[in-house]
Design a protein around this ligand. Structure first.
Ligand code: SF4
Length: 352
């Protein structure tokens, strides 16, 4: 059962309210470098990113957002820490959402200024609580735990509510998977604000993807989560690809090819591993929501391929091309990938 959350408009994307789970990433360009930021935004959008966040370390960056905004239709989120004036300037630049941690913005009147500026423009605010930024007193008393993440989030929510501001989404990111899961569960049970899922400082491409998949898997299977960001110490485009693949693995994706491939074994008589890799690489950008099976032999091959939209089933130096369970033809091993891709083009109308 999906947790019921309030819908929230972020530029052209709506999260929460039963909408599809949106994929986010964060640029690693210098926001003041408008051309470089626009190049990365384009690459992210092409990979399937739906919402992009940019760091706003100073006033020049906040003002550069206005030019970046003119060059992209992706919804932009301004990431603000400490200085409320940067949030006000980012609002003026026309961003679609602000990410703050009210706990580090300072006095109440500063939080109110930000809330009023966002309310005047209909811009939502994400309260981004991280393991490193839980409230000092809670940290001293309990350390960084799921409870302190959750309590910090509740305090921050109340700080915005006191300003009459309710257009809120929340994240509670720890770098520990269990803490992250538990913190989100605590908050999810208590409010209906949309939740942005993330594991902070998750790590490199390999481990960061696995940690994110473990945390998101548990939460999304509970119906918790409205938008996701995989944090990787790597190219942000890889974050988007990882997020997309996690959603595919959970059958929550709206587009893209799901590949079913066998692990190979002593019965495999074709060189299946490079075949599966080539198929995955060539189909990465296909939008149609189809399943393609890449199977090594007739033990499970025809069965899996029957469930898929298209498939190949290896034999000895050759293989079968199968469409919705029907064998179309037998082709030599070196033609298998091209023949399969031809069928994908015919089925989807997309170029691969
Ligand atoms: S489908 Fe065939 S080749 Fe692949 S793992 Fe199963 S038995 Fe082995």
């Amino acid at each position: 059962m999906k947790r019921e959350s309030k819908p929230m408009q972020i530029g052209r994307v709506t999260i929460g309210g039963g909408n599809p789970i949106a994929i986010q990433s964060m640029l690693n360009t210098d926001t003041r470098d408008v051309a470089a930021s626009l190049r990365q935004l384009q690459a992210l959008e092409q990979a399937g990113c739906e919402i992009a966040r940019l760091a706003v370390p100073d006033m020049e960056a906040a003002q550069a957002l206005a030019d970046i905004k003119k060059g992209t239709s992706l919804p932009l989120v301004a990431d603000i820490h400490f200085d409320y004036r940067l949030a006000l300037a980012a609002c003026q630049s026309g961003v679609d959402k602000i990410r703050i941690n009210p706990g580090n913005i300072g006095e109440k009147w500063k939080i109110r200024e930000v809330a009023n500026a966002c309310a005047a423009r209909g811009i939502p605010i994400r309260i981004g609580v991280n393991g490193g930024s839980v409230d000092q007193d809670l940290r001293r008393e309990y350390g960084v735990t799921p409870y302190t993440l959750y309590r910090s989030a509740v305090r921050n929510i109340e700080a915005l509510q006191e300003c009459g501001f309710e257009n809120i989404c929340v994240s509670l990111k720890a770098s520990n998977v269990f803490s992250t899961i538990e913190a989100y569960r605590l908050l999810a049970a208590e409010c209906d604000y949309p939740l942005h899922l993330g594991v902070t400082e998750a790590g490199s491409r390999h481990m960061g993807t696995i940690k994110s998949a473990a945390a998101f898997g548990a939460l999304l299977c509970d119906g918790i989560g409205d938008t996701i960001r995989v944090s990787l110490t790597d190219d942000p485009v890889l974050e988007v690809e990882a997020a997309r693949d996690i959603l595919k693995a959970l059958d929550l994706h709206q587009s893209g090819v799901t590949i079913v491939s066998c692990p190979t074994c002593g019965r495999t008589c074709i060189d299946l591993i490079p075949i599966a890799q080539a198929v995955e690489a060539r189909l990465k950008h296909v939008r149609a929501r189809i399943t393609v099976a890449v199977m090594g032999c007739v033990v499970n091959g025809p069965g899996e391929a029957r469930e898929a939209d298209l498939g190949i089933c290896g034999g000895k130096g050759e293989g079968l091309i199968i469409r919705k369970g029907e064998i179309l033809r037998k082709v030599p091993e070196d033609r298998l990938v091209d023949e399969l891709l031809r069928e994908v083009e015919a089925l989807t109308g997309e170029r691969v």
